[in-house]
Write a protein that binds this ligand. Structure first.
Ligand code: NAD
Ligand code: UDP
Length: 322
């Protein structure tokens, strides 16, 4: 087996963080999961609590913490529009102050640190598909800015700690990812549509449903993140990690209805402000540098996600609290 590392996963109890922890624990590393449970719950990692190489810490990354680690997967940040707009000031603090705290920790320990950035840095893109050198079209004063600009500032901080303090960084830009352990009330399109279909409620299409997104299944995502952290090619990114298959939101709704067999209608709701019109990653860089590309289709991923939604007790989940 490869060297055992001490690995910190911030946001480790969240949807993607919990899968990352699971992978790293299975690989035999000593994993510290750090989370304030703003948008997650202990049930996401409860199965790991008995493992001797897993530790759970309740902590808010806007406050400093002293830990000794070799690697940091920095994933703490509310990610769904409904979650990050709940307390926008806290969201941008999490990205900016939280990243400064984690970069300081990485600098002190000499740890490699990976930022889970986002396709939202491209805003409502004028370049399609989005390549990493595209600088984006973000509204800095809109309701999504706390997230988009927070992540853009986090990328800036990562690059400056790298240039100035030689911190060993990695930056990935994650495109819409879905799968088991998504928060069922996070308001994201996949969780909304599946929950609505399974509970017999009509499916809410925002706008005309012609806007597009590219959906990556969580297993593909975790593999891409892992490869980026372990890439020994002095490749720091940013690199897009996402599935280039592009679907309109209406197509997604129709697929969810087909796979659940639900007898529900599509209803229209207003399009939220600054909602990106289309989004699709160019993953040439990830293919070339990480030898990575997604392997799971939207249809396959949705089937597993629908099965998971059927298995959970919705009353166990609560909306976020400040
Ligand atoms: P999530 O909301 O399930 O996970 C985020 C986790 O961070 C939660 O457990 C939450 O409690 C924790 N957290 C939030 N603020 C914190 C704070 N101040 N201190 C400590 N913990 C805090 O979301 P996710 O989908 O798993 O996203 C994980 C990361 O990936 C985020 O950084 C997000 O921006 C990024 N990302 C996700 C997607 C996606 O489609 N899922 C897309 C782009 C980027
Ligand atoms: N959306 C929708 N109905 C919903 C939730 C979302 O039509 O119930 C749309 C939303 O307007 C956006 C797309 O689905 O165009 C993806 O939304 P999500 O919040 O999942 O992610 P993001 O906009 O951050 O990509």
């Amino acid at each position: 087996m490869a060297t055992i590392k001490r690995i910190l996963v911030t946001g480790g109890a969240g949807f993607l963080g919990s899968h990352m922890c699971e992978r790293l624990v299975a690989d035999g590393h000593d994993v510290i999961c750090l989370d304030n449970f703003f948008t997650s719950q202990k049930s996401n990692v409860v199965h790991l609590l008995g493992a001797p190489n897993f530790e759970l810490i309740r902590h808010d990354i806007t406050l400093p913490i002293f830990l000794e680690v070799d690697e940091v997967y920095h994933m703490a940040c509310p990610a769904a529009p409904g979650h990050y707009q709940f307390n926008p000031i806290k969201t941008i603090k999490t990205s900016v102050v939280g990243s400064i705290n984690m970069l300081g920790l990485a600098k002190r320990c000499g740890a490699r640190i990976l930022l889970a950035s986002t396709s939202e840095v491209y805003g409502d893109p004028e370049v399609h598909p989005q390549t990493e050198d595209y600088r984006g079209n973000v509204n800095p004063i809109g309701p999504r800015a706390c997230y988009d600009e927070g992540k853009r500032a986090a990328e800036t901080l990562f690059m400056d700690y790298h240039r100035m303090n030689k911190v060993d960084i990695r930056i990935i830009r994650i495109f819409n990812t879905f799968g088991p352990r998504m928060h069922p009330y996070d308001g994201r399109v996949v969780s909304n549509f599946i929950r609505q279909a399974l509970t017999g409620n009509d499916i809410t299409l925002f706008g005309d449903g012609q806007q597009t997104r590219s959906f990556c299944y969580r297993d593909d995502l975790v593999e891409g993140v892992f490869r980026m952290m372990n890439c020994e090619d002095n490749f720091i990114g940013p690199v897009n990690i996402g599935n280039p298959g592009e679907f309109t939101i209406r197509e997604l709704a129709e697929l969810v209805i087909e796979l659940t067999g639900a007898k529900v209608k599509l209803i229209h709701k207003p399009l939220p402000a600054d909602d990106p019109t289309r989004r699709k990653p160019d993953i040439s860089l990830a293919k070339a540098k990480l030898n990575w590309q997604p392997t799971i289709t939207l249809r396959e991923g949705l089937k597993s996600t629908i099965d998971w939604f059927k298995s959970i007790d919705l009353s166990h989940y609560r909306p976020p609290t400040p």
